[in-house]
Write a protein that binds this ligand. Structure first.
Ligand code: PXG
Length: 465
């Protein structure tokens, strides 16, 4: 066996990576030319790369490392569980302690009435479960035609064929035969980009009422569920106007439509409560979870299901599940993560320390000439870049060109800040301390200044007509 280690020269690792490793959501040929950044270790909120750079991780990995990197207890629990029972399934009338304990703990933390958990290995898998579960629920209730699911444009619900169909990303639908039949997408509540001259409140209401119009168009007896992220994450951290969610809730109630809250990013403290549904004041029937459930230390996801849906599903054989549903090591590690989140009051600290400090710093950053506003809920935020603040104008260059330039300047300044189109995204580990938030702001400001200078030099500070 070849020994590939952290001690090898970066260029050699990059060459091997390019030769054999296909990266997700990447033009691999372009990456091969450029060479991937090799991350070798991480501690707290800092990553180290193969060149020895200390990089502040403003994305918590991919919105998931809520408790930060390098927690020894997590490794110890994994090792102990592997020695005791590394794997067993939960298919054929068997169970095990990690799955029992984690399901009970999740039911305890979830809002009232959500007491049942169906485990998966990821958020994508969990949303595939949800598609089948809501359709099965209505079929078992004698309404097999109530099978259509309404979602939103620019939503992200995963990248499998089912969950990618639920998502509203056109560039994903363009490859591989998506969306599957029976999925419909209404417009998103993105006031900054699409609100025009409307007030945020009027716009939020109008966008919510598109759900009602779609239900009426399809017929109430045809619509099984509406799925949405409480706050859109991968779409650009889009915090809906306050009028939006109450109206959505009213419509779901009025038309007997199941509400699925995709909590994959919002769950486990990101918005300042255990779940984004609590922050946004909604009562879902099903919540999708993953990411922060284990802080990314192990791949695990699932669906938290309300009593009413669970009762119907439990009365039949639900022909669905994954080899790794409730995987004992992943479940034990998730339990340890939940213990740390609770015993260290991490979510309370998000509300009282982390989120206010992040907001204060980002509000200052939003005064930068290149930044057109600030969208923030708890510890997820975005800064839309614009050539003209007052009109919230888009750049004349293709969407994403300027965002990418800024992302590159962040990387060069040892900061991970991802871009979605021309929005810069912030989602640090929840345990980030105010001094590291200051480091974030300093590096981000430098990156913005450098981007601004570059745009000026290349005459790119022009608005789209
Ligand atoms: N739902 C939501 C709301 C998500 O954000 C998924 C489902 C799918 O989870 P899995 O575990 O199957 O990836 C996600 C994942 C990005 C990015 O670049 C975001 C996600 C995944 C990868 C990249 O913002 N979100």
């Amino acid at each position: 066996m070849s020994a590939i280690t952290n001690h090898m020269p970066t260029a050699e690792l990059q060459a091997l990576d390019a030769a054999h490793h296909m990266h997700p959501f990447t033009t691999n040929d372009e990456l091969a030319d450029k060479g991937a950044r090799v991350i070798t270790r991480a501690k707290g909120v800092y990553l180290t790369d193969s060149e020895g750079n200390q990089i502040l991780d403003g994305m918590a990995g991919l919105w998931c490392v809520n408790i930060g990197y390098g927690r020894k207890e997590m490794a110890e629990v994994a090792a102990r569980q592997m020695m005791e029972l590394p794997y067993y399934n939960t298919f054929f009338m068997t169970t095990h302690v990690p799955a029992i304990a984690l399901a009970q703990e999740i039911a305890k933390l979830a809002p009232e009435g959500l007491n049942h958990v169906f485990f998966a290995g990821s958020g994508s898998e969990a949303n595939d479960t949800n598609i089948r579960m809501v359709r099965t629920y209505w079929a078992e209730k004698g309404k097999p035609g109530k099978s259509h699911i309404i979602s939103r444009k620019n939503a992200y619900h995963g990248s499998s064929v089912g969950s990618g169909s639920l998502g509203g990303m056109n560039y994903m639908h363009a490859q591989g035969g998506m969306p599957i039949p029976g999925i419909h997408h209404i417009n998103q509540p993105d006031w900054w980009a699409e609100g025009g001259d409307m007030t945020p409140e009027a716009f939020g209401l109008a966008r919510a009422q598109e759900l009602e119009a779609k239900i009426i168009e399809l017929g109430e007896d045809k619509v099984a569920a509406f799925i949405a992220e409480p706050v859109q994450g991968a779409g650009g951290v889009i915090v809906p106007p306050e009028s939006y969610w109450p109206e959505i809730q009213r419509i779901c109630d009025a038309y007997d439509i199941l509400l699925i809250a995709d909590e994959v990013i919002c769950g486990f403290g990101r918005t300042g409560n255990w779940f984004g549904s609590q922050t946004m004041g909604i009562r879902p029937h099903i919540m999708t979870i993953a990411k922060g459930l284990s802080s990314g230390y192990q791949p695990i996801g699932g669906s938290i299901v309300c009593d009413e849906v669970a009762e119907v599903i439990s009365a039949t054989e639900f022909n669905h599940g994954y080899t790794y549903s409730g995987h004992p090591v992943a479940a034990a590690v998730a339990m340890e993560n939940l213990r740390i989140l609770q015993e260290e009051d991490i979510i309370e600290r998000v509300r009282t320390v982390g989120a206010p400090a992040l907001r204060a710093g980002l509000e200052k950053l939003a005064e930068h000439p290149l930044v057109g506003g600030l969208s923030i809920k708890g510890m997820m935020a975005s800064l839309p870049l614009t050539p003209h603040k007052e009109s919230r104008a888009k750049f004349a260059a293709d969407a994403g060109t300027v965002g990418y330039m800024c992302r590159e300047r962040c990387f060069a300044n040892n900061l991970v800040m991802r871009h979605v189109g021309d929005r810069m995204i912030i989602s640090p580990p929840l345990i980030i301390e105010p001094e590291d938030i200051d480091v974030f702001m300093t590096r981000a400001r430098t990156a913005l200044d450098e981007t601004y200078a570059q745009l000026k030099e290349q005459d790119m500070l022009k608005s789209a007509s």
